[in-house]
Design a protein around this ligand. Structure first.
Ligand code: OXD
Ligand code: MN
Length: 595
């Protein structure tokens, strides 16, 4: 051990895990650049990583073809009873799940190094910070954690002799026998993968996958699943939301937190370049918001992460120039294609495909090939501080006060471009009934409509019905300080299947309307589903959009909305008596307004 660890519970837990997993050696991480460089050099030497000549200190990795995304079917929220996990989570009883996983963990790190990673979610000095210790046998995970979280000896110091930490155990589940050649991306077969959470103990056990949220346990496992359960107990919020600051030409600041399911352009919105004159945006977070009520009664948000783990395909200088500038250096690319001159490439990047690439399956790829060169869920891992529009306040310990919540999803029809809720309860209904057509970020069928309340379906660490109640309770506590709530759909299509709205930087027009609603500068138009922009309220200066498209974007198709009601009703029915009455009352009120 390169440093002293005064925390007895931590020392004992590490020893207990080492006895169970039987690694070749144990290494305590210090979070230093030297450590990062050493691990990367070693991975380049084995061929697991490729050093990219064109991007300083950047590396490409390729996963096993079976290990390319979060595995929701193998993700468990484990309580003594299934009722506590609720109908949207996979559940196995605590003792049974632990028994199964202990058998898998037994000797699973043989022949490998066991790394102990002390990390903080949120700036160490933030009142919202939570400390975690991830134990992993993957050096790739260590390097990603260096970027995504604050790793270092400072966390060990902050823990002192008896500070609380969240134990996060991870193994790729591929022990090495003496003399056995390691795989370039070791992992276990799908039926042995387990991403397990024990919220009563603030405990995470992950086995068998090395990819993203399955393995970088600070992100979805800690900062959402475990944190959401803690937040409910402690009266705060852990949400799957980006955080953005918008400044008006008059210099007034608005803070926006927005929840979208995976791959709905969340990172693009987080790094938006407004196309409307005089408005400026700053990024504070692209995926997760932790929010607490401040002394002034407002809701303050902080981004617990320190990096971006963004979807690469489709990212370009036109879709997200700020992301492109963020990933010029010190970045990790996973499942992107690699060019002959040592750069990365993916479908939808600015440059046309070169004649030859190494594709994400490490095969030669020729231009014109029918196969995708990059996996649709290929990712970049990049330090948040490298984002050119990162807010100077992104690490402010107390966070920023939220004015606006946005929910949304990917809907080709039915849902208009923007709708404001009538009040908090109606906003909670909007969040609770949010739906999206599925994409490649989650393993499963692509293109089905899935109800994804608050974009939290895969991330809520307790019964979702109780989570809805928690939203109502937070609204009651916030009272007149509660953020206003809006619902957006950037993805509506014409009957011919054409996008109606240009999206990206043009979404700033919609954000401006929201800010003007807060100021009472625009009246909006009341409809049965909420408040929409009245004619002429959306600033379309300089945008070419046909009248037909605009009308279709703003159309409230009452028949289509009525046709959605049975789906919402059966979705709500899943929660039985636990569903808050205030939510069923909202459904009834909507039914009446649509009648
Ligand atoms: C993500 C996700 O990776 O939500 O952020 O899937
Ligand atoms: Mn996400």
């Amino acid at each position: 051990m390169a440093y002293q660890v005064a925390n007895k519970k931590l020392r004992e837990w590490v020893q207990e895990v080492a006895e169970m997993t039987k690694p070749g050696q144990v290494y305590w991480c210090d979070g230093s650049k030297a450590e990062y460089d050493r691990l990367m050099d070693a991975m380049v030497a084995t061929g697991a990583a490729i050093r990219l000549e064109k991007r300083p200190n950047s590396f490409a990795f390729f996963s096993d073809p079976s290990d390319v995304a979060r595995v929701e079917d193998r993700t468990y929220i484990s309580y003594p009873t299934q009722e506590e996990a609720g109908p949207t989570n996979n559940w196995v009883a605590v003792d049974d799940l632990k028994k199964t996983m202990r058998e898998l963990y037994d000797g699973c790190m043989r022949g490998r190094t066991m790394y102990v990673i002390p990390f903080s979610m949120a700036a160490l000095t933030s009142p919202m910070a939570k400390y975690g210790i991830e134990i992993t046998d993957s050096p790739y995970v260590v390097c990603n954690m260096h970027i995504m979280t604050r790793v270092g000896v400072d966390v060990i110091k902050a823990l002192g002799t008896d500070g609380e930490f969240i134990p996060c155990l991870h193994s790729v589940g591929a022990p090495l026998e003496p003399g056995q050649k390691d795989a370039l991306w070791p992992c276990a077969p799908i039926e042995q993968k387990y991403i397990s959470h024990f919220p009563d103990e603030n405990l995470i056990w992950s086995y068998g996958s090395g990819y993203g949220g399955n393995a970088l346990l600070g992100k979805k496992c800690l900062a959402l699943r475990i944190a959401s359960a803690m937040a409910r107990r402690e009266g705060w919020m852990a949400e799957h939301m980006l955080i953005l600051r918008l400044t008006s030409p008059e210099g007034k600041r608005y803070h926006i937190a927005a929840a979208f399911p995976s791959a709905c352009g969340k990172t693009n919105l987080a790094m938006i370049m407004p196309t409307i004159k005089g408005w400026k945006a700053e990024t504070l977070g692209d995926d997760i918001a932790w929010m607490m009520i401040g002394k002034d009664g407002r809701l303050y948000a902080t981004n617990p992460e320190s990096g971006f783990f963004g979807v690469a395909p489709g990212t370009s200088h036109s879709s997200n120039p700020m992301a492109m500038d963020t990933i010029n250096e010190n970045s990790i690319f996973t499942n992107c294609a690699v060019t002959d001159d040592g750069d990365i490439w993916w479908e939808g990047i600015d440059a046309p495909a070169p004649e030859h690439l190494i594709d994400w399956k490490r095969r030669d790829w020729e231009r014109g090939s029918k196969e995708l060169a990059a996996h649709p869920n290929a990712r970049f891992t990049a330090p948040a501080r490298q984002c050119p529009i990162i807010s100077p306040d992104w690490e402010k310990p107390e966070g920023v006060p939220i004015d606006i919540f946005i929910f949304g999803g990917r809907r080709a029809s039915v849902v208009p471009l923007v709708t404001e809720s009538f009040d908090w309860d109606h906003g909670v209904y909007m969040g609770a009934t949010a739906g999206s057509e599925t994409t490649a970020a989650n393993i499963g069928a692509v293109g089905n409509l899935r109800r994804d309340p608050f974009a939290m379906t895969p991330f809520c660490g307790y019964n979702m019905a109780d989570y809805f109640s928690h939203w109502f309770e937070m609204g009651d506590k916030l009272g007149k300080n509660a953020p206003r709530i809006f619902y957006v759909n950037w993805f509506r299509k014409s009957p011919e299947g054409k996008w109606l709205w240009p999206g990206f930087g043009e979404n700033s027009r919609v954000l401006k309307w929201m800010c003007e609603r807060l100021e009472g500068k625009v009246q909006g138009r009341e409809t049965p589903i909420g408040i929409l922009p009245a004619d002429g309220e959306l600033d379309l200066t300089g945008l070419e959009i046909s009248e037909d498209y605009l009308n279709e974007l703003m159309r409230v198709d009452l028949d289509a909305w009525r046709a959605e009601l049975p789906g919402v009703e059966s979705f709500f029915a899943k929660f039985g008596d636990r569903l808050p009455k205030r939510l069923s009352a909202q459904l009834e009120a909507l039914r009446k307004r649509l009648a």
